[in-house]
Each structure stands twice: as structure tokens, then as C-alpha cells.
Design a protein around this ligand. Structure first.
Ligand code: PMP
Length: 459
């Protein structure tokens, strides 16, 4: 049983023993963690009884919202029936098979196979192993290089962090590992001002071709990207970007990998982000929304082009995890995907709350602090700027995003700051009335941040 304690007692034990991910330990110990104790629908409660609107779906994952009975029951029943068995030694379990079948049904037509992992990072490690193995089996072992983008996020394991383009992560671990290289991201504010978005999308895609020619096409194994970069700050590419990336991959025969860890399972108003942006990946990493975060599960959808080679010519694939196809995780995923279907959440985002959020963000764009306001399905980002017309950034020393995030945290709203971009990705079950409630909270926090900026002379 979990003991009953006061907030201060939890905080003391937390800083004494728990090394949190991506955290400055001394600074957290000075403040003390916020202790989250329960949740329902799109709301969280902390140990002091404060109610918080969770506009980040936990960590981009609680797509069906908190407290869904179907997922809780699926886990409980499967724990009682068969809590674990592996799939290494010519055995399988019904939940894993049923989930593999259902995934083949809800993913684009080129996918009829899945490799299960425990997380998005493990999924991307699998991608690295699998694309290199694919080319090896085809007698082209020199095709090793995987091209990714700066400011991408693909996880925190050695391969995941190497594929990712986060400079701070690379600095701390001697990364990237060999044969992973990066091109610039399709972020119009950074690289495209003065051009139309469509022209910029084509230009940003051309950087892939330039890199392929620089490396040598015979050495390139794959290109990987998130349809919309999530952790990088909800960077929504121009419409021209992905179709052009597809053409370039086709031209050189290199594998195209879509990291759908955030964009998958309805987030963009389509089942998968590649469907929203019109491209046809050979491999697709998933995690998070597959179980709505109720239990860890990740994996890779393997398209027919790759699956055929691995199955017919590959022999044994020397890769796998203890929890590949974990029966409880798979049972929860099955319940979760069926619930997404029953509640018609993809349609709800596409036809109803997605467009409604887009309208609300268009209005937020008029706030004097907001330089750009963009959404894609139920992901959104506001760029905070000093001068709206010129998109002049604040002095980085101000940390305007963190100032705004502080106001959100104190006012019952979870919104994340990535540099000066304030981002949201609320649960897909959110209603129009709850979008109104969220947007009113955002507006209030923007006003409080503006008042700080005026008082402190940051403008
Ligand atoms: N890929 C993307 C696009 C992600 O956003 C994340 C996590 N935020 C990962 C991979 C890594 O997933 P995990 O944290 O489950 O390892």
C-alpha cells in the first residue's frame, strides 16, 4: 500500500531518493515537487487539493483522458489471467496477437506487422537495428547512415538521443553514435522569414537531398522525422514539406520512418500524422497514445517492403525486449484503441474540437505577446515575442516561456514552455466548453506574463 503523508513529507522523500528525468536536482529540491495524487477526464488534483486542467495529456499521452473504466478493467482482468509471458521462444499470448491484428487494421495499408517494445525510445532503437539489418540482408551493408533533424526528439536511450537533434543531450553523452547525421528543421520562424511557407517547405525538404548527396546515396539507410515536432516546440511544417521529403526518399530508395509517438492515435485529427501530411512511411514508431499512457508500451509498425525482406530472407533478427508484447500492456492498448473507435475521437478532433481550437488560437494571436499561434489537430503552440509585427524575440536571459509557465502552474493549467514557445496537447476527449475554459486560462496567464514584462522593462 502507498502510505498517507503530508505534501512536505512527500517532497522530502522525493528529493532524498528519486532522481527525476530531465531535472536539475538541486533546484527541484529547493522548491519541492508538486505532488499529483489523482486525475479524472482532463483534470488533475495535487496533494493540496488544487484542481489543474491538464493541457499536456500527462506527457502527450493520455489521449482518452483519465479514469476510463474500460482500460482499468482490461488491465485488472489481464493481470489476473496472465500477468506476463515472453514471446522470445516460440510462444505468444492472445492480447499481443489481438493487438497486432488491430494495429494492422488502424494503421495505413502498407502496415501488416508490428515489433513491440516498451517505450518510444526502445521503438526508435528498434528502428536503427531494423533499418541496418534490412540493408544488410539486401547485400548493401554500407547503407548505415540515418538522417534526422536538429531539434527533433526521438527518445533518451543512446540511439534515441542520437537520432534526436537536441544539442544539450548530445553534449552530455558523447552523442550522436556513429552514422547518424542531422539536417535543419522545417521551422519557418527560424529559417524561412521573408519566404512564403510553401516555398520554405520545399527549401527545407531540399536540405535532405543535399545531405544525401554529401553522405553518398549508397551509404544512406533511412530518414526519420516526427510529422509535427512535439518536444521541439510543436513545430508544424509547411504543407509542401512532407510530400517533397517523400519524393526525395523515393528518388534515392531510402527508407522513410515516421516517428508517430506523439502524432499517432488521433492527435492530428487523423489516426496517424503521416496521413495528415500525405506521406507513406516504411516504418512507424509509436508509444504514448497506444495505451493513452495508462501502462508503458511502444513499438514499430513495419511496412511490407521491410517486413517481406526480414521474414523471407532475414533468418533470426537478433533483437528484442523482455516486455515486447507484454500481455497486460497489450490488453490495455486493445481497450484503448477500441475506445478511440467507439467514442469516434479521431473524428471528434478532425471535425469538431480541432477546428474549434484553431479558431480560439487565431483569436489568441491578437494578444500583444503572441507572435505566431498555430495548431494541428489538438496540438498548439504560441510563440511569445517582444514585437508582434517583427517577431522580435525576448532577451533569452528573461526566460519568458518559463515566466508564463510559472503563471500557468500557479493558476491551475498545465502548459509547457519550450524556449519561448508555449505548447499544448490536451486529451482528445476535451469538449468545446473545456476548450473555452482552457483558452480563458491561457489568456489570463498571457496577461499576467505581459504585466510582468511591462513591470520589469523586458519589452
Ligand atoms: N519519439 C517522440 C516523437 C517522442 O515525443 C518521445 C517522447 N516524448 C519519444 C520518441 C520517446 O518516447 P519514450 O519517452 O516513451 O521513450
Amino acid at each position: 500500500m502507498i502510505p498517507t503523508r503530508t505534501t512536505r513529507e512527500w517532497q522530502a522523500a522525493d528529493s532524498a531518493h528519486f532522481l527525476h528525468p530531465f531535472t536539475d536536482y538541486q533546484s527541484l529540491a529547493r522548491k519541492g515537487s508538486r505532488v499529483i495524487t489523482r486525475a479524472d477526464n482532463i483534470y488533475l488534483w495535487d496533494s493540496e487539493g488544487h484542481k489543474i486542467l491538464d493541457a499536456m495529456s500527462g506527457l502527450w499521452c493520455v489521449n482518452v483522458g483519465y479514469g476510463q473504466r474500460a482500460l482499468i478493467d482490461a488491465a485488472t482482468q489481464q493481470l489476473a489471467e496472465l500477468p506476463f509471458y515472453n514471446s522470445f521462444f516460440q510462444t505468444t499470448t492472445p492480447p499481443a496477437v489481438a493487438l497486432a491484428e488491430l494495429l494492422a487494421e488502424v494503421t495505413p495499408p502498407q502496415f501488416s506487422h508490428v515489433f513491440f517494445a516498451g517505450s518510444g525510445s526502445e521503438g526508435n532503437d528498434t528502428v536503427v537495428r531494423m533499418v541496418r539489418r534490412y540493408w544488410q540482408v539486401l547485400g548493401q551493408p554500407e547503407r548505415q547512415v540515418i538522417i534526422s533533424r536538429h531539434n527533433a526528439y526521438h527518445g533518451s536511450t543512446m540511439a534515441g538521443a542520437s537520432l534526436g537533434g537536441m544539442a544539450a543531450m548530445h553534449e552530455q553523452g558523447g552523442l550522436p553514435i556513429p552514422n547518424i547525421t542531422h539536417i535543419d528543421q522545417p521551422y519557418w520562424v527560424q529559417h524561412g522569414q521573408g519566404m512564403s511557407r510553401d516555398d520554405f517547405g520545399r527549401l527545407a525538404a531540399s536540405w535532405l537531398e543535399r545531405k544525401i548527396l554529401e553522405v553518398g546515396p549508397e551509404k544512406v539507410a533511412a530518414f526519420i522525422g516526427e510529422p509535427v515536432q512535439g518536444a521541439g516546440g510543436v513545430i508544424i511544417p509547411p504543407e509542401t514539406y512532407w510530400p517533397e521529403i517523400q519524393k526525395i526518399c523515393d528518388r534515392y530508395g531510402i527508407l522513410l520512418v515516421s516517428d508517430e509517438v506523439i502524432c499517432g492515435f488521433g492527435r492530428t485529427g487523423h489516426w496517424f500524422g503521416c496521413e495528415r501530411f500525405g506521406f507513406r512511411p516504411d516504418l512507424m514508431t509509436f508509444a504514448k497514445g497506444v495505451t493513452s499512457g495508462y501502462i508503458p508500451l511502444g513499438g514499430v509498425m513495419v511496412g511490407d517492403r521491410v517486413a517481406r525482406v526480414l521474414i523471407e530472407q532475414g533468418g533470426e533478427f537478433e533483437h528484442g525486449y523482455t516486455y515486447s508484447g507484454h500481455p497486460v500492456a497489450c490488453a490495455v492498448a486493445l481497450a484503448n484503441i477500441r475506445l478511440i473507435q467507439q467514442l469516434k475521437l479521431v473524428e471528434h478532433v478532425h471535425d469538431d474540437v480541432g477546428p474549434y481550437l484553431a479558431q480560439a488560437f487565431a483569436q489568441l494571436a491578437e494578444h500583444p505577446l503572441v507572435g505566431t499561434a498555430e495548431t494541428c489537430g489538438l496540438m498548439g503552440a504560441l510563440l511569445l515575442v517582444k514585437d508582434q509585427a517583427k517577431l522580435t524575440p525576448f532577451d533569452p536571459a528573461v526566460g519568458i516561456g518559463m515566466v508564463c509557465r510559472g503563471h500557468c502552474f500557479a493558476n491551475g493549467l498545465i502548459m509547457r514552455a519550450v524556449g519561448d514557445r508555449m505548447i499544448i496537447a490536451p486529451p482528445l476527449v476535451i469538449t468545446r466548453a473545456q476548450v473555452d475554459e482552457m483558452v480563458a486560462l491561457i489568456r489570463r496567464c498571457l496577461d499576467l506574463t505581459l504585466a510582468d514584462a511591462q513591470r520589469q522593462g523586458w519589452l
